[in-house]
Design a protein around this ligand. Sequence first.
Ligand code: F6R
Length: 613
Amino acid sequence: MCGIVGYIGCQQAYPILIKGLHRLEYRGYDSAGVALLDPNGKLNIYKSRGKVSDLERFCESKDISGTLGIAHTRWATHGEPNDINAHPHFNESGSLALVHNGTIENYAVLREALEEQGCVFRSQTDTEVLVQLIDYIRRSSGCTLLEALREALKQVVGAYAIALIDAEDPDTLLAARRSSPLVVGVGKDETFIGSDASPIIEFTNQVVYLRDDEIAIISRHKPLQIIDANNHNTEVDIQTLRLSVAQLEKGGYPHFMLKEIYEQPNTLHDCIRGRIVDGCRVQLAGVQDNAERFLQARRVVIVACGTSWHAGLIGKRLLQELAGIPVTVEYASEFRYSKPLVGPEDVVIAISQSGETADTLAAIKMAKESGAFVYGICNVVGSSIARETNTGTYIHVGPEIGVASTKAFTGQVTVLAMLAVALGQLRGTLSTEEAAEIAADISRLPDLITEALQVDDIIKSLSSTYTYVHNFLYLGRGYNFPTALEGALKLKEISYIHAEGYPAAEMKHGPIALIDNELPTVFIAPNDDLHEKVISNIQQVKARGGSVIAIVTKGDTAIPAIADHVIEIPPVAECLSPIIAAIPLQLLAYHIAVMKGRDVDMPRNLAKSVTVE
Ligand code: F6R
C-alpha cells in the first residue's frame, strides 16, 4: 500500500517520478504528491487528492525543474485522503520532504511529545510525525541529517519504507526500510528508488533490494552506500532484474485485468515450464532440496490472505488427497494473533502474489520463530516473503497490475497442484502412473485455458442481464467451493455488487432464505464426484424462483435443462477444475464491472499490495 519513487541524477526528475507513480498506482490511488529540489535550492512540494493524473494536472503551471525528487501515491491509513494528508510531508520550515509507505504505530505518542516541544502539525498522518521528529532531533542536537534519521527510526514502532530529501543538501537522497519494500536502481550517474522495480526497469536492470533496518545513502557523486541498524556498512548486493517494460503495459487491452485474464495460457506455461519432466514427473527444487523436511512433516499449515487464501483452500484438498498430509488453512491475519501451536515438525506454506502482504509476512516470522519450516509460493521475485521463507516456488506469472488477482490465482493453484504431486511422489502416496497422469493434465492447462477463454462473448452478453442486481450468490462443492469464494470476491471487489460464496450444500442451512427472483446464483458445477448433488442444489434454487448461471463441463446435458444460463468449460481433472472454472468467473466479474462503469483496475478503497495490518 502506497507507492514511493525517488530520483537523483542528471535528468529532470519530474517526468521520471510521474511515470514511476503511474506504474505504482496499483498500490494506492487516494492522493499523490511530488517534492522537487529546484536548481536554486528551493524545495517545491505539490500534492493533490485523487489519482496521479490529478497531480499531473495540478502541476501543469508549476515549476517542476530539478534533478532530485521524491514522489508518492497514497492508500490512506491515517487521515482522510485530502491534499493536506497527501505525501510528501515536510518539516515546519519546509526544508525537509519525506514520503512513506507503511504505518508508524506509536505516532500519537510521538506527536504529543513533539507538540509539547512546540511543533505544529498540519496533517493527521503518521508520516508527518516522522519528518517532524527527524527535524526536531537534528535541530535540538545539531547532528547530521543521517544521524537524525537513524535516531528517529530507533524511536518509531511500525513499518516503513521512506525517502527523504533536504533542501540544504542537493546531492543526497536518503532511503530506509523496515517491513515495507524498497528497491534501489543503480544507473550510470543516476540512482532510482521505488516500492518495487516497476518505476526503475525502464532506466536500469541493476537493483538492490534493501533489507530491514537498512538505510541507503544515495549520493550524486559517490557510489551507493548502505548501512545497517548498527551503523555498519553492508554489502551492496546488486542483482539483475528479469523484467521488461512491455510486461508493465496494457498491450492494447482496455484494462490490465482483461490483459491478465487473457495472458493465462502463457503465464501458466511459464509457471509449469521446467517443472514437469518428461511429461510425467514433477520436479520442484524447493521440495527436492528439502526432502527430509517434507517426509517428516506432521502437517502442513497454509497461511495467506484474500485470493491467495482461496488458492490455499484448494491447496489443502490437493495436498491431503494427493500427498496424504493433514493440512489446515489460516488467514494470516488471524494466525498471527492466535496460538497456532506450530512447531519444528510442521511445514508452513505461505502464499502471496505480491510477497509483501504484512499479515502473511508476520505469520511467517511467527512460524519461523516456532521452528517450523516455511515454504513460500510467491509471484514477485525478490519480494520480502520470498526472502523471508526457507525455500519455495515462484509462480512466474509476470507482473500482476490489475488490483483484482486473476493470473496469480491460477498460477498459485497450479503450483499447489505440482507441489501436491511432488510430495505424493516423495511420500509414496501416488504411484508413478497416478503422478504421471496428473502431471500430464497439468501440462495441458494452458491449452484448456485457451479453450475456456472462448466463452468471453457469451459471458459479455449475459453480463448485461445482471448489471443492475444488488446481490449474487456463488455456490460450489468440493474443489470448487473455494472457486465460489473466489468468484464472489472478484465480483464484489470490482463491481461493488454484494456477493457471497458458500458451499452449495450449506445453502439449506441459512442462505436459502435469501433466494428469490432478484438473487441470481452462480453454480460452479463441472462434472465431478459431487455433480449429482450439485444438480439437486440447483433444483432447490430453481424451486424458489431464483435464476441460475451454471459453469458446466462441455457436453453436460442435465444442468442446461434446468439452469437459466450455462457457461461451458472444457473437461479437466477434478483436482484442476478450479483453475479452468476461474476463467469464466473472472470474465463475468470483469464485464459486469465494466458495464457498471467501475474503475476495474483500481477499484475504490483497495490497493494491490497490502503492506499494513
Ligand atoms: C483479490 C486480491 C486480494 C489479495 C490479497 C493478498 O483479488 O487480490 O485479496 O489476494 O490482498 O495479496 P497477496 O497475494 O499479494 O499476499
